[in-house]
Ligand binder design. Structure first.
Ligand code: DGY
Length: 321
């Protein structure tokens, strides 16, 4: 029997891919950094049985409508806002993602970003590299304490809870807002559920970990920033489109909030002229939440396992629909 034809939309390490080559007829985009152009993607998918996608690949009605043999899309991310689930359902296409394997890695990065923002680590590093360290003074690059402060986590999914767990080590008060109450987090981590307004008003660090949906799109806007404390810091480890970036910029410039740490942006990648990059009080990262070598390998393996299981007529491990 012919092997199922599978397209991987980015060059992945051969050591991860090769164990699957016996079972799957794999066509892999040869570039590691450059995304496959949309037109090529449309062409490639026309006769594929499965595809491994990156969060930068759009899987929509146009693509699915032209890919009659496509049966499964395995997204190399826990988020799947790049995939039109209604269209996938309509075309009978299974969608998988990569939860769990990235939880701790993403929480580490998010907490690290919070720390870098609060204690001005990036600015301090640049200060030395620019040759400016020629004196010591009591308030030189003084930041904001993290320990014993209040963290407000918006989106208490697995990663949100893992961020909360890290906050317990800093003896922080933990507030959260989520669609549903998380009894385990309340019991085990001492987290307190609050309404969104209360979270915004009381938190020293507002941390966005919510998935991008129609309800969460631009939930952090002018009104939300205005409700936050003037010395509050906003950290985003989920999706850039949960934020109105123009409103965030204004809030920072007007001093309505003190600082921001952003791993994600409205439209990625951002260029060096992005307005938020001009502000010293903003720490920016290029969407590296789950980017440790170990975790990225686990994510890749999980995508390929899911494909393999599907074509063996077994249940993939992490099905979205
Ligand atoms: C995810 O998995 O959704 C992350 O954003 C990728 O790093």
């Amino acid at each position: 029997m012919a092997k199922p034809k599978v397209f991987i939309t980015r060059k992945l390490p051969e050591e991860v891919v090769s164990p699957f080559r016996n079972q799957l007829d794999i066509d892999m985009w040869p570039e590691e950094e450059k995304a496959v152009p949309r037109q090529t993607m449309l062409e490639k998918c026309k006769d594929m049985d499965g595809v491994v996608t990156m969060l930068s690949d759009k899987i929509d009605e146009q693509l699915l409508g032209q890919a009659p043999s496509l049966k499964i899309v395995c997204n190399l991310a826990v988020g799947y806002d790049n995939i039109d689930l209604d269209a996938a359902q309509k075309h009978g296409v299974t969608v998988t993602n990569t939860p769990d394997v990235l939880t701790d890695t993403t929480a580490d990065l998010t907490f690290g970003l919070l720390m870098a923002t609060a204690r001005r680590l990036v600015e301090a590093n640049q200060y030395i590299k620019d040759g400016k360290w020629n004196h010591w003074s009591p308030l030189l690059l003084a930041g904001k304490d993290i320990h014993h402060k209040t963290i407000g986590i918006v989106g208490m999914g697995r990663i949100g809870e893992a961020v909360a767990k890290r906050a317990t080590g800093f003896e922080m008060e933990i507030l959260y807002h989520n669609r549903s109450r998380k009894q385990d987090a309340e019991r085990n981590l001492g987290a307190t559920y609050v309404e969104m307004d209360e979270l915004l008003e009381r938190s020293d660090f507002v941390v966005c970990m919510t998935p991008l949906t129609d309800e969460t799109r631009e939930m952090f806007d002018e009104q939300a920033f205005r409700k936050m404390k003037k010395d509050a810091m906003f950290i985003n480890g989920s999706r850039g489109q949960t934020v109105n970036e123009g409103d965030l910029y204004d809030a920072l410039v007007k001093g309505e909030i003190a600082a921001a740490g952003l791993d994600v942006f409205e439209k990625e990648p951002i260029g060096k002229d992005h307005p938020l990059l001009k502000l010293d009080q903003v720490v920016c990262l290029p969407h590296i939440g789950s980017a440790s070598v170990e975790t990225r390998h686990e994510m890749m393996k999980l995508c390929l396992d899911n494909l393999d299981l599907y074509f063996q007529e077994k249940q993939p491990k992490t099905v979205v629909i």
